[in-house]
Design a binder for this molecule. Sequence first.
Ligand code: ADP
Ligand code: MG
Length: 350
Amino acid sequence: RDTSNDGLIRQLPDVLANKIAAGEVVQRPASVVKELIENALDAGASRITVRIKDAGRTLIQVTDDGCGMSRADAKRSFQRHATSKIRGIDDLERIRTLGFRGEALASIGAVAQVELKTRRVEDDIGTLVQMNGGTMETHRPCATPAGTTISVRNLFYNVPARRNFLKTPATEMKHISDTIYQQALAHPGVHIELDHDDRSIVQCEAATAQDDHERLRFRIRQLWTEDRAATLLPVSDASSYLRVWGLVAHPERVKSTREDQFLFVNDRAIQDRYLSHAVRKAYGDWLPDKAFPFFTLFLELDPERVDVNVHPTKAEVKFEDESGIYGLLRSSVREALKTQFTTPQFDPCE
Ligand code: ADP
Ligand code: MG
């Protein structure tokens, strides 16, 4: 019998499968920055520095002082679906880390030239791993400070379609700095720096205050201005399973152009039009049409009540009780704004 007709389906080689999967996770230089910072945060870093060259085309380098990796783990970290963060199906229901799919390094390693240097504090010598378009070229001991440095060079060098579709350096840098701003707001206790072509873009000292609102105000002062930080109003409320807190713009200090709006769920930045609308609703008639208030709001809830595994870059999440969250978000922001307008007839929401 001629077996050449047995079928057409072939298992793809790993290098090709990783390259295809990379298209989902790594859309642009900012996606790499996001994944590497999330790994640094998951590793318990207290200091993260990001160096960019050529808006991320030539170099994206992230250095952290986190837990580092063993020699064996350094090698495994580039395998697809290889992670230290979950073990079984139950863990997927209660994720507390930013990563869990074990896909980022495999994807980045497939579409760039990547150098990993890592060392755990307890090890005398660290490890160097070099990946080139999905193939491991080096895995050997190397002297390096405790923590991890990942250097991603020539992103998409082997995916011409992606490389050619990168936007202008200014646009790609805007995406990168947006990512840094999100992470910096969510982690005020971590020292974060961003350099572009050897110029300092962001320099954030770690906040030392204990109070959440004070820490956030401190960060906002570093990222924007003293004036913005000083005029924001505190939001703070809780229900049986949800805590809402953060800082929102004073209604009279809102510009009519689109301002920065940040929403976090368990310290993960998310996009959610429905919940952003809840905040807009809270301002009611206090705001002119087409005005977008600055806000930085945090939702904290039991991880079992939110599914973070619904979007390739985890930019969107799915809540068990979306309308309950909408309600508390709206009422908590409204309460914060009301403190500014004590005379009842001024409240357009009632
Ligand atoms: P995930 O974050 O989903 O686990 P990644 O591909 O991003 O998957 O990383 C794979 C693994 O490599 C992580 O689970 C972690 O154990 C290790 N790792 C990656 N980056 C770092 C880092 N900066 N410091 C320490 N360990 C890291
Ligand atoms: Mg990760």
